[in-house]
Design a protein around this ligand. Structure first.
Ligand SMILES: CSC[C@@H](O)[C@@H](O)C(=O)COP(=O)(O)O
Length: 353
């Protein structure tokens, strides 16, 4: 594991790139709305602003949202220190609710908040900060393990297609799907990466292609509609994506468009890998149909930033995620290892082992 921790809980700066920094009891987030054209760190000192940052996509990606919310709880505790020390959690619990209401689909958010709620019992800022740092640090370590397990499935000269951004920017660092690609690239197994642009936020165009080109990984940016053509003409071996929530039956919610890719992959004989840490699994939900799908504002579709691009009177829908059923997934990769041809029994066994 490659992250380091200072000997107190005021500051945690991982030794590798992370979009999240905890500095002198202050949260810093790299503003992902303006990357790659500008690189600006924003500072947060209260939980309500952190919830707004999650909602407004300053930080995004399932594990990164969870880590950020955990630090948000520490900020709340710092703001309500005297109540905390007297065992009064009311104000902090209200902030936890505000953080939980920021986005509905990524289970990592609720997983992290549950951990922070449990840590509240000690009535100590240091315990809460320690817990948030541990969530951050563990995510980086898990991404590296996912990278190793996922890379073991790839043949040499792999041509892979990825969607949205499941990179360092979406996690504590290193990434899940991009963690697999990064690790496989170091092992000389990656010939080429196709990055889908990912409407409407363009995480693929703005973030994934930025991460990959920075490391000189051969990358081609692909429009959403060119995915089938790309698979047909470029011999894509694997579609590799992250996830926001995986249910007990192996269904995976991920960025809208992932389901389309999985169907295209089946037709074209490409394999599909979903890479995610255990914090992305919601084994309390039996079927993908029960995953809450975030509906984002229609203006994100009818406009591009401040520019109107569709008639203002047109009705637009903006589901942010879709669900890929297990039968379209060849492998789910976690920090624990690989689940080939996932189903309910295999998932159960994977987590009970
Ligand atoms: C490792 S991140 C996996 C997913 O969170 C990612 O693919 C994704 O769908 C992110 O969606 P976003 O809306 O940008 O938060």
């Amino acid at each position: 594991m490659s992250s380091t921790q200072s000997n107190h809980t005021h500051t945690f700066q991982p030794s590798e790139f992370s979009p999240i920094r905890w500095t002198n009891h202050t949260l810093e987030l790299l503003d992902q709305r303006i990357l790659p054209l500008a690189s600006e760190w924003l500072t947060f000192t209260d939980a309500v602003s952190v919830a707004a940052a999650i909602r407004e996509m300053i930080v995004r990606g399932a594990p990164a949202i969870g880590i950020t919310a955990a630090y948000g709880v520490v900020l709340s505790a710092l703001q309500h220190r005297s109540s905390l020390e007297q065992g009064d959690h009311q104000a902090i619990l209200a902030d936890i609710q505000t953080l939980a209401d920021s986005r509905p689909t990524a289970i990592n958010l609720f997983w992290a908040l549950d951990k922070m709620k449990a840590a509240l019992a000690k009535n100590s800022i240091e315990t809460l900060a320690q817990q948030a740092i541990q969530i951050h640090q563990q995510d980086i370590m898990f991404c590296h393990q996912i990278g190793e397990h996922g890379a073991s499935l790839l043949p040499v000269q792999s041509r892979v297609y990825t969607h949205c951004n499941a990179g360092a920017l979406a996690t504590g660092g290193h990434g899940t799907a991009l963690g697999v690609i990064r690790t496989a690239f170091k092992q000389n197994k990656i010939e080429h990466v196709y990055a889908g642009e990912t409407r409407p936020w363009l995480q693929g165009a703005r973030l994934t292609s930025w991460e990959l080109t920075q490391e000189n990984i051969p990358t081609t940016l692909v429009t959403e509609g060119a995915a089938g053509h790309t698979m047909k003409t470029n011999e894509v071996d694997w579609v590799i994506v992250g996830a926001d929530r995986i249910t007990a039956d192996g269904s995976a919610a991920n960025k809208i468009g992932t389901y389309n890719l999985a169907i295209l992959a089946k037709y074209h004989g490409c394999k599909v890998m979903v890479a995610a840490p255990s914090s992305t699994f919601d084994l309390s939900i039996q079927s993908g149909a029960d995953i809450p799908i975030e509906q984002r504002p229609p203006e994100e579709v009818t406009r591009y930033k401040e520019h109107q691009i569709a008639p203002s009177e047109v009705v637009a829908t903006n589901p942010s995620f879709d669900v890929t059923p297990a039968e379209l997934i060849d492998a789910i990769v976690t920090e624990r290892g690989v689940i080939l041809a996932p189903n309910k029994e295999k998932l159960k066994a994977h987590f009970e082992a």
